[in-house]
Design a protein around this ligand. Structure first.
Ligand SMILES: *[C@@H]1O[C@H](CO)[C@@H](O)[C@H](O)[C@H]1NC(C)=O
Ligand SMILES: *[C@@H]1O[C@H](CO)[C@@H](O)[C@H](O)[C@H]1NC(C)=O
Length: 502
């Protein structure tokens, strides 16, 4: 009897958030080796019922309730119209990056807390991340600069080998995440720098390109990486042509990089990366280019794709979110319209990177809100998925060997054996949890820029509507789906709401 009761409670109720307010306009949920909040798994409900999940500045986190559709006869000023006949892009997934910093911070917790952290991101009672980025070698969020073939120049890559960081901070956590996600987690890889001897400036960072005679060796390096990870049981869905090629053109950047002009990129993909990958045992991997800011759309891609062969090798275009407030989302749509058969994917975002901004800002609702706003803006302009930057950082926003401290959805306090789930975590979760891979974005029209909306149809024919309320007051809305009826809901002030129905 006891066992049965326990089982029922265990499957229907979520663990509660243990709130802590650091005075930054919101709160975090505190997790330890013994306790961490979870999300109640959304069981299918039948018409006319719907499920509704709310998180808000006032303190709700994935608060679940339900309601019933009414007939579509009310007229309201605040109407959201859902049109499931209008179909857009197919979604590829949601996630973050397995940087060295992510692994170092997870590793700094005891094993039970590590499990709770990974479950928060990957398990069925977590936010079910489905698409994660894995750096090929080091990034600025490592404890040192390195590549997999440091030392002397050897174009045959005879001395290529994975780093201690792969074995300590990446591979074990990636494997646990894959187990928790029951095989649903897909991965793509991105390189920051090439070995120094392959580069024109002989350094990891600064103004530097790949030496032209190293073009083939650099393509071979990608295949070696894929082979090495495969030998440890990890396979990749995609790879990018390299993180932020613009960094190698910015003379004062301290971030490890390889600079590419679009013409060089086009030639490298056409003559080296494309043929090498497609002739390898990883021929089906998605090749994704750009991996840089919106500012480069569509002109950089136009130049890369001027060469037909280069264009044919490339499956998609990756964009980062920095400066999204300066460069409009219309650039995404323009790129989609130019190349409708190439997907767009958001591959990096974080807060705290701007001068004058706090690096880590524990509990900030505003930061969570900015994630949801950008996601909705992106997906309503043809972006097929959204991948965050570091999944876990320390209280300072590192480690980062160049002191490029920033924020993360999970901040680890290793001395206390605790980690803090920030509003950004829940914000991303309002999408990642409910919009599985292969969902299709469908038509939705809202009524106000401060209440943006995105809607999706899931592979199981469920409809998901995510609504952000940026306003500091309650907003009553009528959601109308002609095929089902209408829903009356009061969006609480400063909230994110996910509505789910079949
Ligand atoms: C395989 O390599 C050869 C020789 O480099 C090249 O001509 C061919 O196009 C490559 N195949 C593919 C599918 O890229
Ligand atoms: C981190 O943990 C230590 C030890 O318990 C504590 O003194 C400190 O206040 C914590 N930091 C934060 C930001 O909560």
């Amino acid at each position: 009897m006891w066992i049965i009761i326990f089982f029922l409670i265990g499957t229907t109720l979520a663990e509660e958030c243990r709130k802590r307010d650091y005075g930054n306009g919101g709160h975090v949920c505190v997790c330890t080796s013994k306790h961490c909040d979870t999300v109640a798994y959304p069981e299918r409900v039948e018409q006319p019922e719907f499920l509704i999940y709310t998180s808000n500045k006032a303190g709700l986190r994935f608060h679940k309730s339900s309601g019933t559709f009414t007939k579509t006869d009310q007229v309201s000023d605040n109407q959201i119209l859902i049109n499931s006949n209008e179909k857009y892009q197919t979604m590829l997934g949601w996630g973050g990056a397995f940087t060295d910093a992510t692994g170092i911070n997870i590793d700094s917790l005891d094993e039970d807390a590590q499990t709770k952290l990974l479950e928060s991101y990957f398990s069925e009672d977590g936010i079910e991340y489905s698409l994660c980025r894995v750096p090929i070698g080091g990034t600025d969020f490592s404890e040192r600069g390195y590549s997999y073939a440091d030392g002397h120049a050897d174009e045959t890559l005879g001395h290529f080998r994975l780093a201690p960081e792969d074995f300590d901070y990446k591979i074990p956590f990636i494997k646990k995440a894959q187990d928790m996600s029951k095989g649903k987690l897909q991965l793509f890889a991105s390189a920051w720098t090439a070995p120094k001897w392959m580069k024109t400036n002989g350094e990891y960072a600064g103004f530097g390109f790949l030496k032209e005679k190293m073009f083939q060796a650099w393509a071979d390096y990608f295949v070696k990486f894929l082979e090495n990870y495969k030998s440890h049981g990890i396979q990749f869905w995609g790879l990018t042509t390299g993180n932020e090629p613009s960094l190698g053109i910015a003379p004062f950047s301290k971030i490890n990089s390889v600079g590419w002009t679009p013409i060089m990129m086009s030639n490298w993909v056409r003559n080296h990366l494309g043929p090498t990958i497609r002739n390898s045992s990883f021929a089906d991997i998605k090749i994704i280019t750009l991996d840089d800011q919106r500012f480069f759309l569509p002109w950089f891609i136009n130049i890369v794709f001027r060469n037909k062969a280069a264009k044919n090798y490339i499956d998609g275009i990756a964009v980062h979110w920095y400066y999204d407030t300066v460069f409009p989302a219309s650039l995404l749509k323009q790129t989609h319209d130019n190349y409708p058969d190439k997907f767009l994917l958001a591959t990096e975002a974080c807060r705290g990177e701007k001068a004058g901004e706090k690096d880590v800002n524990l509990g900030s609702w505003e930061r969570g809100e900015s994630y949801a706003f950008d996601i909705i803006e992106d997906v309503t302009h043809w972006v097929s998925g959204w991948v965050d930057w570091n999944m876990a950082l320390d209280l300072k926003g590192g480690p980062t060997y160049i002191k490029n401290y920033v924020d993360s959805p999970i901040i680890v306090n290793s001395t206390a054996g605790e980690f803090y789930k920030q509003p950004m975590f829940y914000s991303l979760g309002h999408f990642s949890k409910f919009v599985p891979k292969n969902s299709v974005r469908i038509g939705s029209s809202g009524f106000d820029d401060h209440v943006p909306v995105a809607a999706f149809q899931r592979p199981d024919h469920g409809t998901v509507v995510v609504i952000l309320n940026k306003k500091d007051h309650v907003v009553p809305v009528t959601l109308v789906d002609d095929s089902k009826g209408s829903i009356q809901v009061d969006l609480s002030k400063k909230s994110i709401t996910t509505i789910l129905y079949w």
